[in-house]
Design a protein around this ligand. Sequence first.
Ligand code: DC
Length: 221
Amino acid sequence: MARKNGFVIAIDGPAGSGKSTISRIAAEKLNYLYVDTGAMYRALTWKALCEKLDLTDEKSLVKLAKRTSIKLKKDGKVFVDDIDVTTEIRNPEVTKNVSYIANVPEVRECMVALQREMGKEGGVVLEGRDIGTIVFPDADRKIYLDAEVGERIRRRYEELKEKGYRVRIDEVEEELRLRDEKDKGRKVAPLRVADGAVVIDTTHMNIDEVVETILRHVGQG
Ligand code: DC
């Protein structure tokens, strides 16, 4: 489809599949905007935790989504009501609670509207769980990144350790398996391979190889 600034590229996949890193690099190489949609759900979760909201109270979560400004900057920074929360939204407390937010249909509608707005002119890589299925079913390129669960656990553990969190691998395993279950099993916008998506198993690939594969796919007519 012809769009003003180029393609809409949809990248979906489970936690630990390498999505964020790979999408960011691919967007940089293409000189496209990178939209990390998980960061938006995390941003709302961060604010809900700060305000000590009842995370099972859907109505108050919908109100929260409607009264919160979320901005994703070109340099990757994430702002909630103009507060820089780039680091905070990655903390394990947010990760543990993000499903409460991501499960509420009306909250998702607000986030999806923002994502469509950011992507409508093209020239964008959007990354998440439902980009190729719900947000942009008409994306120009769809990619589903996957990796074996053991490898995804290892990656996530290394990532947290690098950031200075003291976590045990069995805790990471539990968190990731639970999130997989919730992301794939939820009623609204579950994670699945979109029609027309190319599936890339990154288990035995390094970052450069995956980026290369994606760029090759994008370059094909
Ligand atoms: O990609 P991530 O780990 O930062 O995403 C955090 C959570 O947000 C993930 O467990 C599910 C949710 N999410 C979603 O429901 N839909 C998206 N498009 C992106 C993320």
